[in-house]
Design a protein around this ligand. Structure first.
Ligand code: DON
Length: 338
């Protein structure tokens, strides 16, 4: 018999059993949709923050776009707002390429050749390379993500890129394409990431030609996705590596916990601690405005809104996902309705 930990009525948690998250399997469809609708309505008019501008073209994304979606591990969808608008995936791509490295070389390769510690520093930190022995530190910061693409087993840049794109498409369950204008805008201004790639190479922590890794990484970040795609990608992780839409196994079930652990400790960069404190879910953000969070074994919550806070995390998206996780009582450490 299931113990239902969260009973929803009018947006309020009426009952909760700390630590009983794993038993809370029976959230009703109407409650999932109501929670998405409430979060969307609550934050729709929030105007805080600003589009990323260090990649010039991102200033052109209409700032008022906002979409929220839950995708269940069986593919059922509950959504509100602009969930089909395509924006650049940016750093939300990073865990999925880490998954590809796990598939090709095993989960230990990620720990040994990249690292799995949170940096506590911004996503583009060069200082992190100097103060941590692993240099790349983890696959979710820029340094570790550039190292990850350099680790993809390939004999040419074309092959490296096509594996990265195919893998992310497989997670989304549809063929994705690059937003070429985003790629041009980012690659022509990628001086910081070029420095990171070269430093990693210098320290023996980059495993391909640095400029090739930079190009493939930048193309990866320029892939166009919708909030719905991010939800499907997260649902694939919730479904232990099998895409709910296509039925394709995209990664080994055994590697999913390691990947979610890195998302939990480093998915929000230098805000990862407060994110886990408030929402209690492994997640990944991107400066395009997307965020995906995973309720392990159950579903994903994704959102898109271009305005970011100082750490580069989408303000409406993080508020919406945190509220939904709290209302549904699905934080991995137990219900956290505040
Ligand atoms: O390399 C960069 O700076 C971007 N392509 C990605 C950064 C990003 O999305 C950080 N996330 N919040």
């Amino acid at each position: 018999m299931n113990r239902l930990v969260a009973v929803l009525a009018g947006g309020m948690i009426l009952a909760g059993t700390p630590g009983a998250n794993a038993q809370a399997q029976n959230i009703r469809a109407a409650d999932l949709q109501a929670s998405v609708d409430r979060a969307y309505a609550k934050y729709r008019d929030l105007r805080e923050g600003a589009n990323a501008d260090y990649i010039p073209i991102l200033t052109e994304t209409p700032s008022d776009l906002f979409g929220v979606v839950i995708v269940m591990r069986d593919g059922k969808v509950y959504s509100a707002g602009d969930v089909d608008y395509e924006f650049s995936i940016q750093s939300v791509s990073k865990p999925f390429t880490a998954a590809l490295i796990m598939s090709e070389q095993g989960a230990d390769a990620v720990r040994e050749k990249i690292g799995v510690e949170p940096t506590g520093l911004p996503f583009n930190s060069k200082m992190a390379l100097e103060i941590y022995d692993e240099r790349s530190v983890n696959p979710l910061v820029n340094a570790g993500a550039i190292a990850a693409v350099s680790l993809v087993q390939a004999t040419s840049e074309e092959e490296r890129w096509s594996k990265v794109l195919q893998n992310i498409s497989d997670f989304a369950g549809r063929p994705l394409t690059v937003l070429e204008k985003v790629y041009e805008s980012e690659y022509t201004t990628a001086f910081g990431n070029r420095a990171i790639a070269n430093l990693l190479f210098n320290y023996g922590r980059l495993y391909s030609d640095p400029e090739e890794a930079l190009r493939v990484y930048t193309r990866q970040c320029s892939i166009g996705v919708s909030a719905m795609d991010l939800g499907m990608m997260g649902a694939t992780l919730a479904n232990l590596g099998v895409n709910p839409k296509t039925g394709q196994r995209v990664m080994d079930a055994a590697d999913v916990p390691e990947l979610l652990a890195v998302m939990a400790t480093a998915g929000f960069y230098d805000e990862s601690g407060s994110w886990m404190y408030e929402a209690g879910l492994p997640a990944k953000t991107g400066v395009g405005g997307g965020i995906v969070a995973v309720v392990p074994g159950r579903f994903a919550i994704a959102a898109f809104s271009p305005r970011l806070n100082e750490a580069g995390n989408s303000i409406r998206s993080l508020n919406a996902i945190r509220d939904i996780a709290g209302e549904l009582g699905v934080g991995v450490f137990g219900p956290n309705p505040e």
